[in-house]
Design a binder for this molecule. Structure first.
Ligand code: AMP
Length: 425
C-alpha cells in the first residue's frame, strides 16, 4: 500500500465541525468593522521578500528566523506573507489609495505563514483578521481602532474573558535615548539574561522586554520604563489616547513592557490577552506605524492597525451550533414519492430550511436511525399511497410523536412560512 501523505507540521485543516465557529469569527468582523467605515481588501498570499525585510525590520524574529522564503522559477525571492500590514501599505501606495479622503479604513482576513515551533495555539499557517486605518495621526483614531477591536470581542461574547493592555513606545525623537538606556541596563546584567536575549541586546534591545523566560524577568523588572522617557509630543499623544479610551468606557491596563515584535511600531501599542490559553496568551495586537508607508516608498502617511489571531479566538469561542444543519429529512417510500420529495426539498431549501432527502436503499428504520445520528429533529415520511391521498407523516424525532399533515402545507408546517406556499401540492 502506498504510504499515507499527511499535512505539513504546524499546518492544520479547519474541519466542517469547526466551520460554524470560523464563519462566526468572519461574520463578526464584517458586522463590527463595516459600520465603522472599514472596507475589505483582499491581498495576495505572497510578496517580494524585500517588502517584509524592509517593512518589518531585518533584525526582528519574524524576518530573521520565521519567513517562508523561496526563489520562484525566475529566480526572484518571494515570501509567504508572515503578516498583513506591510502588504496593506504596499497596496495603499501601489494603487494610490492615499489620494482618497483620510483616514483610509481597510480590513483583510486570511492566512499568514511563520516558521515557528508549533504548539497549542501556535501554528505555521494561521489566520488573522487585520484592520488598518491609514493617513491620519489623530489620537482619537487610535481610540477608534482599539475600541473597535474590543467591540469585536464584545460581539463574540468574549469581552469578560480578555484584558486590554496599552502602551506607548515613543518615536524617532525619544526612543533612541530610551533604547540606549535600556541597552546599558541589559549590558550591565548580561549574565542574568537567557542566551537569546544576550544576542538581542546589541541588535534589538526592546525585544528583551518581550521575553517570557523566567530567567530574564528580574532584569526586565528593573529595566527603565519607556513611559518615563517619552518626549512631549509622544506623552501628549498617549495621554489623549487614554482619555479617549476612557470616554469609550473601555477598561485597560498600561503595560510599559509591551513593545511588540515588529520594528515599524511607534507611539501607541496594544495587546489583548487571555488567561485561558497557556503560553499563547495574546489573541490580538497592534499599534501605530507612522513611518512605515514612507519607508516602503510611499507618502509620509501615518497608520495604525491590529491583527487578531483567529485560531486563538476560535479556541476561546469553542464549538458553535451549525446553522446549516438539516432541519428535516424527507423519506420517500416509493418512486413517485421520491420525485415529489425532490421537488419539496427544493421548495424548502429555497425558503431557507436546510433539508435532506433519503435516496432509498435503506428501510424506514434505517433512515430514522440516520436522522438520529445526524441530529435531524424532524422527518417527513411519504408513501406512494399517502402521496395519492395528498398527505404525509411528520415525525418529531425527540418525542417520537407522529402526525399526518396535508402535503400542500408541508412547506408552511416545516418552517418555510406561508410565503413559501409556492410549493405546489
Ligand atoms: P502579531 O502579528 O505577531 O502581532 O500577531 C497578532 C496575533 O496573531 C497574535 O496576538 C496571535 O493571536 C496571532 N498569532 C501570531 N502568531 C501566531 C501563530 N504562529 N499561530 C497562531 N496565531 C498567531
Amino acid at each position: 500500500m502506498p504510504e499515507q501523505i499527511r499535512a505539513i507540521r504546524g499546518v492544520r485543516d479547519i474541519l466542517p465541525a469547526e466551520a460554524p465557529t470560523w464563519q462566526t469569527l468572519e461574520a463578526a468582523a464584517r458586522e463590527v468593522f463595516e459600520p465603522c467605515g472599514y472596507r475589505e481588501l483582499r491581498l495576495p498570499l505572497f510578496e517580494r521578500t524585500e517588502l517584509f525585510a524592509r517593512g518589518i525590520g531585518e533584525t526582528t524574529d519574524v524576518v530573521e528566523k520565521e519567513m517562508y522564503t523561496f526563489q520562484d522559477r525566475s529566480g526572484e525571492s518571494v515570501t509567504l506573507r508572515p503578516e498583513a500590514t506591510a502588504a496593506v501599505a504596499r497596496a495603499y501606495i501601489e494603487h494610490g489609495l492615499f489620494t482618497q479622503p483620510k483616514p483610509v479604513r481597510l480590513y483583510t482576513v486570511g492566512p499568514m505563514f511563520r516558521y515557528e515551533r508549533p504548539q497549542a495555539g501556535r501554528y505555521r499557517q494561521f489566520h488573522q483578521v487585520n484592520v488598518e486605518a491609514l493617513g491620519e495621526a489623530a489620537p482619537a483614531l487610535d481610540a477608534e481602532v482599539v475600541g473597535m477591536l474590543m467591540a469585536y470581542f464584545a460581539r463574540l461574547g468574549l469581552a469578560d474573558r480578555l484584558a486590554l493592555h496599552v502602551n506607548s513606545i515613543g518615536d524617532a525623537a525619544c526612543r533612541p535615548a530610551f533604547r540606549a538606556a535600556l541597552a546599558a541596563h541589559l549590558e550591565a546584567n548580561l549574565g542574568r539574561l537567557c542566551e537569546e536575549c544576550r544576542g538581542r541586546v546589541g541588535r534589538n534591545p526592546l525585544r528583551v522586554l518581550d521575553c517570557k523566560k523566567p530567567d530574564c524577568q528580574p532584569v526586565i523588572e528593573k529595566a527603565p520604563s519607556i513611559l518615563d522617557a517619552l518626549c512631549g509630543p509622544c506623552r501628549e499623544h498617549f495621554d489623549r489616547v487614554r482619555a479617549y479610551l476612557e470616554a469609550l468606557g473601555l477598561r485597560y491596563e498600561v503595560t510599559p513592557r509591551l513593545v511588540r515584535g515588529l520594528d515599524y511600531y511607534v507611539r501607541t501599542t496594544f495587546e489583548v490577552l487571555t488567561g485561558e490559553l497557556g503560553a499563547q496568551n495574546a489573541v490580538a495586537g497592534g499599534g501605530r506605524y507612522d513611518g512605515l508607508i514612507e519607508l516602503l516608498g510611499g507618502p509620509a502617511d501615518p497608520g495604525i492597525g491590529f491583527a487578531i489571531g483567529m485560531e486563538r479566538v476560535a479556541l476561546l469561542l469553542g464549538p458553535r451550533p451549525d446553522p446549516a444543519a438539516a432541519a428535516v429529512l424527507l423519506v420517500p417510500l416509493g418512486e413517485p414519492a421520491l420525485r415529489r420529495c425532490l421537488a419539496l426539498a427544493q421548495a424548502l431549501r429555497a425558503t431557507g430550511v436546510p433539508t435532506e432527502v433519503a435516496y432509498g436503499g435503506r428501510k424506514l428504520r434505517g433512515e430514522l436511525e440516520r436522522a438520529n445520528r445526524l441530529g435531524i429533529p424532524r422527518v417527513l415520511i411519504l408513501g406512494d399511497d399517502e402521496l395519492a391521498a395528498g398527505v404525509a407523516t411528520l415525525r418529531d424525532m425527540r418525542s417520537g410523536e407522529q402526525r399526518r399533515i396535508p402535503l400542500r402545507e408541508a412547506v408552511a408546517v416545516l418552517g418555510g412560512g406561508p410565503a413559501a406556499a409556492g410549493d405546489r401540492a
